[in-house]
Every structure is written in structure tokens, then in C-alpha cells.
Design a protein. Sequence first.
Lengths: 207, 207
Amino acid sequence: MKTPKISEAVVRRLPVYLRCLQLLQDLNIRTVSSYELGQKLDMNPAQIRKDLAYFGEFGRKGIGYEVDYLVEKIKQILKLDRSVNVALVGAGHLGIALSNYNRYTKEKLSIAAIFDTDPEKIGTLVGSLTIQHIDELERSVQEHDIRIGMITVPAPYAQGVADRLVQAGVKGILNFAPVSLLVPPDVHLRSADVTTELHALAYYIQE
Amino acid sequence: MKTPKISEAVVRRLPVYLRCLQLLQDLNIRTVSSYELGQKLDMNPAQIRKDLAYFGEFGRKGIGYEVDYLVEKIKQILKLDRSVNVALVGAGHLGIALSNYNRYTKEKLSIAAIFDTDPEKIGTLVGSLTIQHIDELERSVQEHDIRIGMITVPAPYAQGVADRLVQAGVKGILNFAPVSLLVPPDVHLRSADVTTELHALAYYIQE
DNA sequence: TAGATTGTTAATCGATTAACAATC
DNA sequence: TAGATTGTTAATCGATTAACAATC
């Protein structure tokens, strides 16, 4: 499994393949071709084959891909085969909604700590986690080996939270606040705010 | 304002520029250069200029862009200068969290209706909106001229909801369910699910 | 005028798609 | 064997960046 130079576009598609394959697993489907995957995902089969081929030879000519095997391989590639701990900063409505995102799955990627500043909320239980004061962030990141931070605080506080997450050693940030953040080049930042998505959709809905 | 052939990448960046410019407005900053914007957004200034130039000549050589004017222009381009109604399907935690996303802004893009199937929830108020049964969807889309649908139902129901939204005449869908949806080519679909984002981030957090 | 910055063309870079030999 | 489908190279397509004349 050598990695010549994987583009972000490729990495972003792997979870999509994974999800589709897991659905096939539930249906007890053993084997799938890039053509069939392409149909289900509305994608070009050549692209799917090429994406997978960056990481190894996972298929069999004339047959296709063995679903179980490919699921395992993609999990390995994405590092979802080992535990990945996530911190959630901001226990508002959105934070609470996201906090139970994998409560019912056996994923190794999971939320390990929740933070806020509101004294009313601190000490409160959300699922099995106690909301902690944000001053516990640095200690907690160390303690739980947290690698990813999710930011669901109001926009004006988001950059400050990002700075603290980076300082604490987090390597990936998923930002839900409607603001553009700046982080060092070694930290991976993804934006997931509704506003931007809706504004982009608005462009396309003219008659 | 002629539009030769605008790529999705360009459209996705416009809301980011808009948000940054609105922040500058709050600071009473009158004028900004593509270089300064690039600094704030960690982007190449040439790209910003080129993106904007697709839609017109908004800047002044030697000066830069007038902030207020550019805000208005981008709003026009994105069609945020007229009202855009959104339907939210799925009044779970995430749906409720998203429902008040613009409660405190004066945006013309706003959520006009909320749907669910749970009898316990129907009739309940969320902000100023009453949760309706999903069978009201088609009628409500007509009545409120709804153009965009946001899907926050459990994954197994998401495709069914998408089909109904499309059937009802919606032209844009923002899907939060962790599943790949298929829609006709004239409907614009964006995925906003946390799972995919976190899985992609997991790839980058190896040591 | 000198300095700054746009709009735009040309050059570069990268990503997607088509095609096909290899092979199950 | 014949048909199917991969992995991969080559061709195409599109997006980003650099450079610079125009001009405020």
C-alpha cells in the first residue's frame, strides 16, 4: 500500500464508497463491479477503479470487487480500523444533535469529550458524556488522545476554539460555525456549515 | 452580467467571499483588495479576482473592491436578494438544531416549513413554525413556493423523502442523512453528512 | 508621477475519462 | 473458449496560478 500523492478529492470519495459497500454488506451481496458502484453513486466507473488502484489491487479482473474485503481495505486506508477520538466543542442544539451521531454504531471513530463554557451546562450528561468546561480541553485532549475537533460554537468564538484545539495537538478540525477559520498547514480543516451550502444551492434554483 | 459557464467550484466559493465581506462591513471597512481577501481566506488572490470577473467588473484598478457594493453584487449573483423558501424534512435533534439557523438574521433565505411523521411531534411548534405531517409536503411546497429541501431523516428514509421533494418541484436538496441519494439531473444535490466528513479527516490524522 | 491593483490572457497544473491489454 | 471486468496508460478536459497591460 504505497501512496504516491493522493489528492483530497480521492480521499473525500473513499468514505462514499465505504458507505455504499456497507449497504451492500447488509444485503448480503458478495461481489460488486465498478460499473454497478458507479450506477448506485452516479459516478464514472473508471474513476472508482482509479481511486481504489492508488492504494492497491483490490479487485479481480472479470469478477469485480469482493465487498467484505473492500470494506476492510477502505477502513484500513482511512484509518478507521483503529480508534479515533473526537472532541466536540459547543453543547448547543447542533452540538447535542451531533453528539449522538454514532451512539448506535460500533465505529471506532467516536466522540470522547464535549465542552462548553455555560455554567448551566457543565456537569450535565449528554448520552454517556459529561459536558466539561472548555478549560479542561488541553488536559482532556492529552488524556484521551483526541485527534479531531468538531466546532459547534457561535461564529465569533470559533477561531479562538480552533486555536486552542490546534494548541492542544488536534490534527483535524470540522467546523460548523459560519466563519472561515485559519489553521496551520499541518492541521486539516473542513467546513461543514449550512449557510454556505444553502447559499451555493440558491444560485442554482433560478427558473 | 453574462454567465459563460460557471463551475461548481466557483459557485461554492462565492458564499465564502460574501461571509468575509459581511464581516468587513461590520468593521466599517470600505474597501478591500483581492490580496487582503486572500490573506483572510487563505486563498490565491488571482483566483478571487477571476471568480468575481466571471460575473462582471466589480473592482477598481489601483483601489480594490468597494465592500458594500461587492456584497450586493454577490447577493444578486447567488439570488439571495429575493426570498428563497426552504423546507426541512425531519424534526429530530439535527432538524431542530438547523431550524433556527437564521432565526436572528434578516436573510431572505429562510425555512418556511418543517415536516415529520411522528404523531407526537406533529402540531408542535419549533420557533414560529408548526411541524406538519409529511403528507402536507406537496401542498406546502406549492403554497410557499419552496425551492430547496433539507433532509434530516434517518438514512433509510432519505431517498424516499428526496423523491417526494423532487416530485413536489423542489430544485435543490441539502442532504444530512448518511446515504448517497439519486436525483434527476435538473435537481441540485449537496451532501452535508458528518460521517463522510469525519471519515475523510481520519485519513489525515496519522502521525 | 509612482505605486497599487484590477481584469484577463497564457502557462501550468491536476483531475477525469476513455481505451485497452491483461486476465479471471 | 467467450464474456466480463480490472488496472493502467494515454487523451481529454477543466481548474488554478502566474504574469502583465491597463488604469485608478
